[in-house]
Write a protein that binds this ligand. Sequence first.
Ligand code: HEC
Ligand code: HEC
Length: 208
Amino acid sequence: MLGTSLKRYSWLIFLVGIAASVYTQADEALYQQRCAACHGASGEGNEAMKAPSIAAMSQAYLERQLRHFRDGQRGTHTEDTAGQTMRAIALPLTDKMIATVSAYLSGLPEPVVITEKEFAGFRGRGLYSGCASCHGAGGEGYPDLGAPKLTQQYGWYLRAQIENFRKGLRGTHKEDERGQQMRLMAEGIHSDADVDTLIKHITGLGVK
Ligand code: HEC
Ligand code: HEC
């Protein structure tokens, strides 16, 4: 019985298999055509383009950022040149393309872009304890709170974003609730020296 029904449905299973692989290939093609030139073939980012590492981030975070760039909640400030670059890319994306490319990226392995820990000491740990409730003790992120992972992200990008939040280039739009939450946290960092220490601590979190 089981044998015959398996045989009967095997062609269907075969077709579903093909459809699934075509679908993934289409996701990959979308990424390679529109994103890889700046973010790298595996989503590892590229400092020369000011493009962060984006593979293995949560799908919901990626989708929100892409919608925000497209719809004008991020990347519109005149001083935010990197954000404006990304906004120009996001403008023609449909909701479906955003969902597809975000699913593809979130399923990729986390790229290894940081290989050495810098010593940030007790001060680093102390400062980061104010971030851990949302971003996780190991910087792994907390999807339910909308807080992205911070591991294996370049120090120059983390610094740029913390500065963007502190200067009001990100997280000021009234429909950007998550950004506003993070902006309050960034405003609570008291000095540039503390920003340096925090970045040292955070970049070390994802080093195995
Ligand atoms: C011309 C270069 C360029 C291309 C092409 C590009 N990006 Fe970007 N992307 C950037 C830059 C620069 C930033 C950093 C923006 C900032 O500093 O706020 C960025 C930021 C992002 C972010 C925010 C990451 C975070 O941690 O918040 C996401 C998500 C993203 N890009 C996804 C994509 C996707 C998906 C594509 C293809 C559809 C793409 N990008 C194509 C340059 C590019
Ligand atoms: C109340 C929760 C909360 C706390 C506490 C918090 N964050 Fe965030 N953080 C967020 C959320 C939510 C986002 C995503 C904002 C968005 O969607 O644009 C974020 C985004 C970020 C980003 C941008 C990441 C990217 O890929 O672009 C950085 C960097 C960051 N946080 C660093 C920190 C640091 C450093 C601290 C501690 C000083 C901290 N956060 C504390 C919630 C928090």
